[in-house]
Design a binder for this molecule. Structure first.
Ligand SMILES: *Cc1c(COP(=O)(O)O)cnc(C)c1O
Length: 219
């Protein structure tokens, strides 16, 4: 199947609340253009260098989502144009995004990454750490970042009940914390292998790569 067919196949089944982010890491620009020509505008990238190279050469109305683990010293490269930063997992990073946003006279939208998987290796804040951040006085001073919701990755397992429970825990956490948001919080969870479960658990943003573009040679 072509990229276009893959996209349409996914999109035909999505509720209107859901944004599909096409995860295009490692894929060449002409493949992104194929998706663009099929109407796709939201693209997700994991690596700063790759993102700035693609952004410079592809249409200006693409909304670039940074979905990887962002190092503070690299924020400056994406601050001029990034649409949404998904994986914010520390106050220090948020502070740096704020600083770079000031320089570009922007307010940068961010999602706080929650650690829900059982694996040790995945990044993210615990629910307690996340709540502490949202309620801190120092956070309130950052006027150039806007936390729009939460991002999470489920455990890499075949156990659907576990995945469902992990996604639902994010949904519940967001419902408990709606007071921090002026609009309904964005919930970014669901990848190629688990997006049906993510949708059932209230996801509003899917990050799908291999189901659209085919498998990758490296993660
Ligand atoms: C690579 C990646 C995805 C997409 O993964 P697929 O399994 O190819 O759909 C989603 N989210 C993050 C954070 C990723 O790194």
């Amino acid at each position: 199947m072509s990229v276009k067919e893959n996209l349409l196949h996914i999109k035909n089944h999505l509720p209107s609340r859901v944004t599909l982010v096409a995860v295009s890491k490692t894929k060449p620009k002409d493949v992104l253009l194929e998706a663009y020509e099929a109407g796709q505008r939201d693209f997700g990238e994991n690596y700063v260098q790759e993102l700035i190279d693609k952004q410079a050469h592809l249409p200006e109305d693409i909304r670039w989502h940074f979905i990887g683990h962002l190092q503070s010293n690299k924020v400056k490269y994406i601050a001029p144009f990034v649409y949404l930063i998904h994986g914010v997992d520390s106050f220090k990073l948020l502070q740096e995004i704020n600083k770079q946003a000031v320089k570009h006279n922007r307010v940068i939208d961010c999602l706080l990454q929650l650690h829900i998987a059982r694996e040790e290796t995945k990044f993210g804040l615990s629910f307690e750490e996340c709540e502490a951040l949202l309620t801190s006085d120092t956070f309130k001073l950052l006027h150039h970042v806007r936390v729009r919701g939460f991002m999470a990755m489920a455990s890499n397992t075949d156990n659907e009940e576990q995945i469902r429970a992990e996604f639902s825990s994010v949904k519940q956490f967001s419902e408990k914390n709606t007071a921090f948001f002026s609009e309904p919080p964005l919930l970014s969870y669901g990848m190629s292998g688990d997006y049906q479960l993510a949708l059932e658990a209230g996801s509003t943003m899917l990050r799908i790569g291999s189901t659209i573009f085919g498998s990758r040679n490296y993660a």
